[in-house]
Design a protein around this ligand. Structure first.
Ligand code: ZN
Length: 264
């Protein structure tokens, strides 16, 4: 989670207007204020081709201090450069129309992680945001991303479903300013299994917007793995962007072998 991430520079007027106006008025915003690329400010588009291309460079996420139990995780992009303002415009500044391109990026990450795990049907498990965060934003942005990714994957013929298997309990303090170990401790016991993992549900893919320390994904996997192991179901993760350390995945072939899914 990147609650502390800062918008680089001035928030465009269009974004400010969008975050305060009801959705019915959004077409008016487009008329009054020019549409600009959420990544670089290039006029006339939601996302320019150059910034869109940055969202299609899949890589294995490799947190700096690799947490024990961090599942194999593929990110569609590096969380750097124009990708940061794109994600933040969607997440924190109400540019909900970015759900489609960011959902497509998440779908790409799912395709890559699925190929690495040997293919087959997939079950997307969105990482639940805290109630306070949902209240503050007025929406559940990870749920929006998940729905967009499911649409994209179905269009591509990937057998996919999504289920809110994880819930949250208790209160978690803002993770901004905490190191990796403190983030993990802050999250310990936060996620709970809301419903059992069903036999034949397919590869469990935890999905989220951004991975940095890996604490949230690790904590989610720790809850899912014991439930999934019963059916021999691996647990992996896919995100839109990861703090850059891993190299882009050079070749993604069908079937196993891109990386090893370790059972714990
Ligand atoms: Zn751009």
């Amino acid at each position: 989670m990147h609650r502390g991430a800062r918008w680089p520079g001035r928030v465009p007027a269009r974004v400010q207007a969008r975050s305060v106006l009801p959705r019915v008025l959004e077409p008016l915003v487009d008329l009054v204020l020019p549409r600009v690329c959420a990544g670089c400010g290039h006029p006339g588009c939601l996302l320019c081709p150059r910034c869109a291309a940055l969202l299609a460079r899949p890589r294995l996420a490799t947190p700096r201090r690799h947490p024990d139990g961090f599942p194999p995780t593929v990110a569609a992009a590096a969380y750097a450069g124009p990708v940061r303002p794109v994600v933040n415009a969607f997440k924190e500044h109400g540019r909900t129309e970015l759900a489609a391109p960011l959902g497509a990026a998440l779908a790409l990450a799912v395709v890559v992680v699925r190929a690495g795990a040997g293919g087959g049907p997939v079950l997307l498990v969105p990482l639940p945001s805290s109630r306070a965060a949902v209240r503050e934003r007025g929406r559940d942005h990870v749920a929006e991303l998940t729905r967009a990714a499911v649409r994209e994957l179905r269009r591509a013929g990937v057998p996919v479903t999504a289920a809110r298997l994880l819930g949250r309990r208790g209160r978690v303090r803002d993770s901004a300013g905490l190191d990796a170990r403190q983030r993990r401790a802050n999250l310990a016991g936060t996620f709970v299994l809301r419903e059992p993992v069903r036999r034949g549900s397919g590869l469990l893919v935890v999905v989220d917007d951004v991975v940095s320390s890996g604490a949230s994904v690790t904590e989610a996997a720790a809850v899912l793995i014991p439930a999934a192991r019963r059916h021999d179901t691996p647990v992996v993760a896919a995100v839109v962007a990861a703090t850059p350390r891993g190299r882009p995945v050079a070749a993604v072939g069908p079937g196993p072998g891109v990386f090893t899914v370790r059972e714990r």
